[in-house]
Design a protein around this ligand. Structure first.
Ligand SMILES: Nc1ncnc2c1ncn2[C@@H]1O[C@H](COP(=O)(O)OP(=O)(O)OP(=O)(O)O)[C@@H](O)[C@H]1O
Ligand SMILES: [Mg+2]
Length: 506
């Protein structure tokens, strides 16, 4: 009977020993968590492998030291370690995420739990569990950032589709107005009143064309003519305009690196973007200040070119910073700003495969930087050359809109060409069979099975000697052309048409 009691006791002891040993092995062996004990004042009394791995201390380096050494200097100065223990005591638990310092001085983002341990109602210390969640936090932040960027780009895309559609229809109207003007001007002779009226229509049409052009660049639907552009030379070309534009009280400075690389952009778009940025800079400075236009290669291997405009003006408030690229966002009084300047800049940069970056400080100024991919080679002579001659020969005009066709035919005839008109690609092919066509001038977007681009591709196969000039107000098809065929942007004026025809390979 007695021996059975003893045996039972021994068994109990062994079980206890076994379970304690298991527990110790568990605690000591856990590598992903720092599990350790503190005495009531915060001195470390035990340490495990996880603690060593996460915080970098071996047991003999940390046992006996106060756990406050895990906190940042600022947290220590604020009494945070002691407060954590106090909260654990009062609320029976303390939980937090925050920065902690490793032995080598590097920081980790830690998830921390502190539990008070009581024995017979007396506080004997604290159990502390720490986990390194730096990577998780970084992943989370990155995700949030991506979410935000996505939302931003979706918003801009939606606005782009809307504005692109409106601007496209407008362009056809403007084409008719500006083209008809040219014909009227000849007809009315030099009656001054009629001339004035014509000049007013002309001015309004040009303004309309420039507005829709901004909208289209924002919508990234402009049928662009990318060329290899010498950045320094083109900034120089707009210098005069900018100087006059900013007025005499503002100093315009140029900081153009001699070795700045060429970029592949639409020249007109680049110049417009520069003007938009400089005008914004001028408007941000009440009268006087300095505007610096800089251009240099942006990174060590020179893959990018940065063109920036910096001012010493009012700066941009943080709460509106995310809106400044939205079309029609303006803080300027009615009649002063349309809110399309930066939309154009944004569209231009993205279309060219680049980005726009803004840095701004209230009261000190703003810098807007366009970063564009650098083109490998310098512009060729042929790309720079612009011929302007009046022509002869027969052109086949392919255009489905009868008003636009009439206007275009008028312009072509003024330039000296004989015009044959058709309304779609199928009719064009039949007309070409009849021979006598020197080149084809075709709209891209047309009803029917074949659009202008397919027509051009077909002709390149079947009639390689027949030059094709395409035109478009916009279309995603126009972007597909990507330099395969020359494109003339609508609305165009007679000299632009003449130049585009002169550049056709023949
Ligand atoms: N350099 C700058 N300094 C301070 N604020 C600026 C600067 N550039 C732009 N902004 C702010 O961003 C807004 C939008 O600029 P954006 O060029 O798109 O339109 P806008 O200048 O108002 O009108 P628009 O250019 O069509 O005439 C401005 O109204 C202004 O509040
Ligand atoms: Mg502006």
């Amino acid at each position: 009977m007695g021996s059975r009691m003893i045996k039972k006791d021994q068994q109990k002891q062994r079980d206890l020993f076994e379970s304690e040993r298991n527990f110790r092995l568990l605690v000591e062996g856990v590598a992903d968590y720092a599990l350790y004990m503190l005495d009531p004042t915060g001195v470390v009394t035990s340490w495990n492998v996880g603690g060593e791995r996460i915080k970098g201390y071996a047991p003999n380096e940390i046992i006996g030291k106060n756990f406050s050494c895990f906190y940042t200097e600022a947290d220590r100065a604020n009494g945070k370690p002691q407060r954590a223990l106090q909260i654990a005591r009062e609320q029976h638990r303390y939980e937090e995420e925050g920065w902690r310092v490793r032995k080598d001085g590097t920081f980790i983002w830690a998830s921390v739990v502190i539990d008070p341990i009581y024995e017979d109602g007396n506080l004997v210390g604290f159990a502390k569990i720490t986990r390194d969640i730096t990577e998780r936090r970084e992943a989370q932040l990155k995700l949030e950032q991506m979410h935000q960027q996505l939302a931003e780009s979706q918003k801009l895309d939606a606005l782009g589709q809307l504005t692109g559609g409106v601007a496209h229809d407008f362009n056809n109207l403007l084409m008719v107005i500006s083209g008809s003007l040219h014909i009227l001007r000849k007809a009315i002779g030099d009656d001054p009143r009629s001339q004035r009226a014509l000049a007013a229509i002309d001015g309004a049409t040009k303004r309309g064309a420039s507005l829709t052009s901004h909208l289209l660049t924002f919508a990234r639907r402009q049928s662009v003519n990318p060329q290899a552009v010498d950045v320094a030379r083109h900034i120089d070309a707009v210098r005069g305009v900018l100087d006059v534009g900013v007025g005499s009280a503002v100093t315009l400075k140029f900081d153009i690196a001699a070795d700045v690389g060429p970029v592949m952009v639409d020249v007109a778009e680049l110049e417009t973007a520069l003007v938009n940025l400089v005008i914004n800079a001028r408007d941000a400075m009440a009268g006087s200040g300095v505007i610096t236009i800089a251009a240099h290669n942006d990174d060590a291997d020179g893959k990018y070119v940065a063109i920036s405009v910096e001012d010493t003006g009012a700066g941009i408030a943080p709460d509106i910073l995310s809106k400044i690229f939205d079309p029609f966002f303006t803080t300027k009084p009615i009649g002063k700003g349309t809110g399309l300047g930066l939309s154009q800049v944004h569209g231009f940069a993205h279309q060219a495969g680049g980005t726009v970056k803004v840095t701004s400080e209230i009261g000190r100024g703003t810098r807007i930087k366009i970063v564009l991919p650098r083109r490998e080679t310098a512009p060729t002579a042929a790309e720079v050359r612009i011929a302007d001659i009046s022509g002869s020969g027969t052109v086949l005009l392919v255009e489905d809109n009868p008003d636009v066709a009439t206007v275009s035919a008028g312009l072509l005839e003024q330039l000296g060409y004989t015009v044959r008109r058709v309304a779609n690609a199928e009719a064009a092919l039949r007309e070409i069979e009849l021979d006598g066509i020197d080149f084809v001038f075709s709209d891209i977007v047309m009803p029917g099975k074949m659009d202008g681009l397919s027509l051009a591709r077909h002709l390149r196969e079947t009639r390689p000697g027949l030059p094709v000039l395409l035109t478009s107000g916009y279309s995603d098809a126009a972007l597909n052309v990507r330099g395969d065929f020359p494109i003339l942007r609508k609305p165009y004026e007679i000299h632009e048409l003449s130049r585009a025809i002169a550049k056709l390979p023949r």
